[in-house]
Structure formats: structure tokens, C-alpha cells
Write a protein that binds this ligand. Structure first.
Ligand SMILES: Cc1cc2nc3c(=O)[nH]c(=O)nc-3n(C[C@H](O)[C@H](O)[C@H](O)COP(=O)(O)O)c2cc1C
Length: 327
């Protein structure tokens, strides 16, 4: 599996998720077998580049190559500038967001809303490719199957984007209208794969190794991308790789291993966000890790009462070190 000049270790990727797949989490996913991970989207609005949120997202210190940054916006020149800005800060691959249905993005006519305006979508792709080419930075595109059930134009956009120089396409098997409701369908992804020569990545509702294999087979895609199923379960990447390679399920991580992984994750998380924001934003990750575990729900409630990162880390260490809560 290759994106431009970058050869990837495998074809099981981590999806970009704003507020989730920050640098510490991406590093953990890669350590646990993700062949590739894309950053949370970075806005093309220059006035926000100096905000703490965007500058954190554009900081790739210690990230495992290739560093892939997703940009979102509605104006071709602004998107080209955003590509250059991120390349200057270490981006080695630029991904264009045409997949996000969030209101904040769509009201401004960005994200998956762009699929409704193919002309503008193509202008953006061409401008970003022109900005990236001199730096030898591949451009990729992430989109949905279309705007609505009656307007599934992923194939048309994929072909146009390929002609404009996009080097990989990711398709989430839902329309913009669906949001995250219903089930992802894979026929449209298969149709995109059949229509282009660049690598195609299938995404949507891949939650188990068996499903991963089934989606690869049903779509003929070159790779798969996992989003929500990796929340609190970053080892899903090695589990899927193991199944795809050996046809066997891997044992779940031991409690001791989970503890060690979580400690590494949290320490990096606190380093990136600092004491105040770190404490609050770590709660959702901890909640996902303990979801479904014996005592997990009570532990999640207890987390909300703690007021420092030290206390939080100690509580996690105690929880995973104890037998009382064992499954
Ligand atoms: C919390 C959250 C944030 C997301 N943020 C982004 C984003 O910034 N860019 C993007 O292209 N997709 C984003 N997505 C969509 C995911 O990348 C992915 O396409 C979608 O979740 C379907 O995959 P899954 O079923 O494996 O989760 C986000 C999804 C979630 C749940």
C-alpha cells in the first residue's frame, strides 16, 4: 500500500475524528498496528490558525511518518494556503475533507456539503494539488457516497478528483444526509474502486476483524479505515491485521497491558493539552476504555469528581491494577 512515494506498513488505517484522533491517540494507534493515521481537520480560516486548538493540531512533534494533515474549507485559494501552511509545519500528505457532516462545517459549505457542488469541489482539489505539487506532497480526498440517497455522486467526484491529481480516495459508505444514522453501504465504494486507478479506502461501520475482511472483499478496496471502533480500543488495528494475515482472532490485551497503554496515552495527552484541558478531555478517552468493563460505569462517574491529572492517572492505574473490577 502506497500513497505517492510513501510506502505504508499495512492497509488498516485510523480515520480522522475531530476531538479524538489527536497526536497522542494517532501515535498510539500506529504503535498498535495502524498503517496510517490522518490528523483531525485543520480549518482553512487563517484567523483561526493562531488559536490554541489549531496550533495544537498543526504541531506534529514526535509523530510517526508519514504525517498526514486533513484540511477543511470552502474556498479554493484558502484551501491552497492551508495546504502550504501545514506543509511548512511538517505535513507530508494533505487530505481534503469532503466527508464531515458536522453543522459547523456544512453550514459554511465545507466538508461533505462540498459534494453538492462538484464544480467548487473540483476547484478546491485542483488548487490544493497545485499548491502541494512543488513540494512533492501527495493530496488525498475523503468523502461520502454522495449528498443524499438520490444524489450518490461519489463515482463522478472520484473520477474528477483523480484526473485533477488526487492520489488516494477514502469513501465513507453513507450520504451526507444520513449523518451517522442507518448502516454504511459498500456498493458505492465498490463502484468508486472500479472507476479509478488510485488506491481506494473503504470506511464506515468496520468494528471487527471479520467485518474488515468482508468489507475488503465486498469493495475490492485497497485499504480500510476505522473510526469509532478504535475509540478506547486502539489495539483493534493489530487485531484486524492479525486476522487478515493469519485468519485467526488475537487475544484481547491483558489488563496489565491496557494499563500500560493507557498510562502512556494519558501522559502524552496531558503533555499536549496541559493540566486543565488535559484533565477534562482525557475523560472521554477513559470512558471509552472502560466501557463495558465490570465497574466501568461507576468508574466513569468517579472520574468526573477528580480535579487533577495526577489524581486521574492514579485512579486509572488503580482501576486497571485491581482485581475487584475484573471482567
Ligand atoms: C467524533 C467524530 C469526529 C469526526 N471528525 C472527522 C474529521 O475531522 N474529518 C473527517 O473526514 N471525518 C471525520 N469523522 C468521520 C470519520 O472519519 C469516519 O468517516 C466515520 O466515523 C465513519 O467511520 P466509522 O464507522 O469507522 O466510525 C468524524 C467522526 C466522528 C465520530
Amino acid at each position: 500500500m502506497q500513497i505517492g512515494q510513501y510506502v505504508l506498513p499495512n492497509n488498516v488505517f485510523a480515520a480522522p475524528m475531530a476531538g479524538v484522533t489527536d497526536r497522542p491517540f494517532r501515535k498510539l494507534c500506529k504503535r498498535l498496528g495502524a498503517g496510517y493515521a490522518v490528523s483531525e481537520m485543520v480549518t482553512s480560516r487563517k484567523d483561526l490558525w493562531n488559536s490554541l486548538k489549531t496550533s495544537r493540531r498543526a504541531d506534529h512533534t514526535g509523530e510517526v511518518a508519514p504525517i498526514a494533515v486533513q484540511i477543511a474549507g470552502t474556498d479554493a485559494e484558502m484551501m491552497a494556503d492551508a495546504a502550504r501552511y501545514n506543509i511548512d509545519r511538517g505535513a507530508q500528505i494533505i487530505d481534503i475533507n469532503m466527508g464531515c457532516p458536522a453543522k459547523k462545517v456544512c453550514n459554511k459549505w465545507a466538508g461533505s456539503a462540498l459534494m453538492q457542488d462538484e464544480k467548487l469541489a473540483l476547484e478546491i482539489v485542483s488548487a490544493v494539488v497545485s499548491a502541494c505539487s512543488p513540494h512533492n506532497v501527495p493530496v488525498t480526498l475523503k468523502m461520502r457516497t454522495g449528498w443524499s440517497v438520490d444524489n450518490k455522486n461519489a463515482v463522478s467526484i472520484a473520477k474528477a478528483a483523480e484526473s485533477a491529481g488526487v492520489q488516494m480516495l477514502t469513501v465513507h459508505g453513507r450520504t451526507r444526509e444520513q449523518g451517522y444514522k442507518g448502516e454504511a453501504e459498500y456498493e458505492t465504494i465498490a463502484a468508486v474502486k472500479a472507476a479509478v486507478r488510485v488506491p481506494v479506502v473503504a470506511n464506515g461501520d468496520i468494528t471487527t476483524p471479520e467485518r474488515a475482511k468482508a468489507v475488503l472483499m465486498a469493495t475490492g478496496a485497497d485499504a480500510i479505515m476505522i473510526g469509532r471502533a478504535a475509540q478506547g480500543r486502539p489495539w483493534i488495528f493489530r487485531e484486524i491485521n492479525h486476522y487478515l494475515t493469519h485468519g485467526l482472532m488475537m487475544d484481547a490485551p491483558s489488563r496489565a497491558e491496557m494499563k500500560s497503554l493507557m498510562v502512556d496515552h494519558l501522559v502524552e495527552h496531558y503533555e499536549l493539552y496541559g493540566e486543565f484541558t488535559g484533565l477534562y478531555t482525557a475523560r472521554k478517552h477513559i470512558g471509552w476504555y472502560v466501557q463495558g468493563m465490570n465497574g466501568g460505569e461507576a468508574f466513569r462517574g468517579y472520574m468526573n469528581t477528580l480535579e487533577s491529572c495526577d489524581e486521574q492517572l492514579q485512579a486509572v492505574t488503580n482501576f486497571f491494577g485491581s482485581e475487584i473490577f475484573d471482567n
